[in-house]
Write a protein that binds this ligand. Structure first.
Ligand code: PEP
Ligand code: MN
Length: 262
């Protein structure tokens, strides 16, 4: 179902009336984690003013250490939905367990993170609903494995899948991950599904987010997912890679120019 062979035209996925793919470019922005009401309303308002089409924020956080901040769970989702109401922006947030699905009813786009790309039972459950799914690439997974995970969701009847390249593990240690820009044209060749790029987790370093975002546009990405925090130094997760609202605004001006160029 994900194969280009049987779907020659690019697919546009409709998320609560906003499309990604098939010529529709969207930027998803917001903090790594939902922390406070003030943080969410402030960041949501600012990224909206700068042109973001979606608000992101994690409530269930897949942290390497069990002692690190794990997210605010259902309380966090409440704050995310309040920011959605205040700004009108559709929202994106990560699911880690299918038993939480009932909490995601008002979430517009459900994210499957890199660590769950091959959690096949979770993918099967997401195949049974009709809500769009943002499927991030497993950090050590090939393009074909990634497409097979999309297939797991689609095989169940949910064909609203958007792919997200977020960097892969390589021998390089100067960056958090290595952004595989070549995945974009390859996905476009093999599949009709939209593919967006997350330059924040791909690099892990603030100054690299903007150049990699622009490179992703040049490579043909259908959108971007960027972490933005109103006070990155105090962020509970991923502060070093988070843009300030001002930095995001500056990036968005260049995003527009780069899109016009291509
Ligand atoms: C995220 O986007 O919040 C996240 C945890 O990303 P990834 O799964 O790509 O690490
Ligand atoms: Mn993060």
């Amino acid at each position: 179902k994900a194969n280009r062979k049987f779907h020659p035209n690019d697919t546009a996925v409709d998320i609560s009336g906003v499309k990604i793919g098939g010529g529709n470019f969207q930027v998803i922005a917001g903090p790594c984690s939902i922390e406070t009401k003030e943080q969410m309303t402030e960041v949501a308002q600012q990224v909206k003013e700068s042109g973001a089409g979606f608000l992101r924020g994690g409530a269930f956080k897949p942290r390497t250490s069990p002692y690190a901040f794990q997210g605010l769970h259902d309380e966090g989702l409440k704050l995310l939905l309040e920011a959605k109401k205040a700004t009108g922006l559709p929202v994106v947030t990560e699911i880690m367990d299918a038993s939480h699905l009932h909490l995601f009813e008002d979430v517009d786009l459900i994210q499957v993170g890199t660590r769950n790309m091959q959690n096949f039972e979770l993918l099967k459950e997401l195949g049974k609903i009709d809500k769009p799914v943002l499927l991030k690439r497993g950090m050590a997974c090939t393009i074909d494995e990634w497409l097979m995970s999309a297939e797991y969701i689609m095989a169940g009847g949910n064909e609203n899948v958007i792919l997200c390249e977020r960097g892969i593990r390589t021998y390089e240690t100067a960056v958090r991950n290595t952004l595989d820009l070549s995945a974009i044209p390859m996905i476009k060749k093999k599949s009709h599904l939209p593919v967006i790029v997350d330059p924040s987790h791909a690099t892990g370093i603030r100054f690299m987010v903007e150049p990699m975002a622009l490179a992703a546009i040049a490579a043909g990405a259908d959108g971007l997912m960027v972490e933005v925090h109103n006070n990155p130094a105090k962020a509970l997760c991923d502060g070093p890679q988070s843009l300030t609202p001002k930095g995001f605004d500056q990036m968005m001006k260049k995003v527009t120019k780069t899109r016009d160029f291509f």
